[in-house]
Design a protein around this ligand. Structure first.
Ligand SMILES: Cc1cc2nc3c(=O)[nH]c(=O)nc-3n(C[C@H](O)[C@H](O)[C@H](O)COP(=O)(O)OP(=O)(O)OC[C@H]3O[C@@H](n4cnc5c(N)ncnc54)[C@H](O)[C@@H]3O)c2cc1C
Length: 382
């Protein structure tokens, strides 16, 4: 069943994107995973083909594409591997802050670099002492003349090693009550004095994704790099996080579909007790159940995507689909690995990588417990 928002144009994009990825990504992905990074040359190629932020208007280097294009891009990148998540993060999570809340001068200066691959971007919210509880962040920025003096530490930052520009969440008023009213967003460029990278973090999965710590020690950020208004950062984040959570859900369902495909092919081929594994009723029922749950998840996600594209308030639905699809991807990973037997545990099988990559989706972009708290609030329970 094709989603209601998918048009002929989206299918054309998918076809050419697949061709591009077959040449430029699939043959290299194993090497990227081993090296722990996706080379900048790949970002440049994405930019050359118009695959970076195609939703931006033409004057900034985009083509004014709708969110359906983002869905296709994120699905096809997920099929290559979840380690490509940093590209979706740049396209659909970080750059929207600049486009939505930046001044015209900032947009003209920054956005074209985001479409060519000259700039890789990141967003730095999480700190060693504050993840889910964003209002507890300690990174601070005080105004001195025409600069902000930024101090603090961020961790788990996607694209952290390669980022040329980072949207840093900080407190411009640490005394604000409630605390979230003191939060602002600053754009910090890589050569900013006082800005350095900490460790590149070793992770269970997402090996090709460069995840890092960022350190700000009296970093001097021009006041012209404030995004939007002082004290409004928390509200900007709450608005944009909906799209971030949708992107995670899109990746989760695409990964479920891929694991199902891999497992169906495997069980048909693998023999035990003189017959194919696929002929056992347990295998058939397990796969029938997973296929059903994936379809259910896909249908709800597609409905939420459509509502998001129509400009509806989808906070409750996005939270529902984020926790449901990412719990599902963990279940699918577990069941599909079991059906692969020992081979599913071997790195030479794609299944093993997908198993490692699945759990984090229930943690980042707002953990699934936080998603349920939001839903409970929407149900009037708090
Ligand atoms: C691979 C990876 C990439 C990431 N990329 C980025 C990035 O690019 N930028 C960025 O800013 N951050 C990033 N993060 C951070 C991510 O968003 C946080 O890890 C996440 O928000 C959870 O925060 P925490 O790790 O501090 O866990 P904590 O907030 O300490 O939570 C620990 C546990 O307690 C639960 N918990 C917390 N509060 C509640 C509550 N009120 N009710 C019930 N349960 C609760 C959580 O659900 C979780 O299970 C990334 C993380 C990972 C692992």
């Amino acid at each position: 069943m094709r989603a209601s928002y998918i048009t002929e144009e989206h299918e054309i994009l998918r076809k050419s994107l697949k061709k591009f990825l077959e040449k430029e990504a699939y043959p290299h992905f194993k090497e990227w995973e081993e090296k722990g990074e996706i080379p900048r040359s790949f970002w440049k190629k994405l930019g050359d083909q118009g695959y970076l932020c195609p939703w931006l208007e033409e004057e900034y280097g985009g083509v004014g594409a709708d969110f359906g294009y983002s869905v296709v891009l994120n699905e096809e990148l997920e099929k290559v591997g979840t380690g490509t998540i940093g590209i979706g993060l740049h396209n659909d999570i970080v750059v929207p802050y600049l486009a939505e809340y930046g001044t015209e001068e900032q947009r003209k200066k920054w956005l074209p670099k985001c479409t060519t691959g000259e700039w890789i971007t990141a967003v730095a919210m999480t700190e060693p002492g504050a993840g889910s509880d964003l209002s507890a962040i300690r990174t601070s920025a005080r105004k001195e003349g025409d600069s902000y003096i930024l101090n603090g530490e961020k961790t788990f930052i996607t694209n952290g090693v390669h980022a040329d520009a980072v949207v840093v969440v900080c407190k411009t008023n640490p005394k604000a009550q409630p605390a979230h009213k003191g939060i602002s967003l600053l754009l910090v460029e890589k050569d900013t004095p006082g800005f350095s990278r900490g460790r590149k973090l070793e992770k269970v999965g997402l090996h090709s994704q460069d995840t890092a710590e960022l350190i700000f020690e009296d970093a001097k950020v021009p006041v012209g790099h404030l995004i939007g208004e002082e004290g409004q950062g928390f509200y900007y984040l709450m608005n944009q996080l909906q799209q971030e959570r949708l992107i995670v859900g899109i990746g989760a369902i695409a990964s479920c579909e891929r694991m199902l495909e891999l497992t169906i092919a495997y069980v048909k081929e693998r023999q035990a007790f003189g017959q194919s594994i696929a002929s056992f009723q347990n295998t058939q029922f397990k796969l029938a159940e997973l296929a059903t749950e994936i379809e259910v998840g896909r249908a709800f996600l597609d409905r939420t995507i459509q509502a998001h594209m129509d400009g509806e308030d989808v906070v409750k639905e996005v939270s529902m689909s984020k926790w449901w699809t990412t719990d599902l991807v963990k279940k699918v990973a577990m069941e599909c690995m079991q059906l692969h037997g020992g081979y599913g545990y071997m790195e030479e099988y794609e299944m093993a990588r997908r198993f490692r990559d699945a759990p984090v989706t229930a943690i980042y972009a707002g953990s699934n417990e936080i998603m349920k708290s939001i839903i409970a609030k929407k149900l009037g329970l708090t």
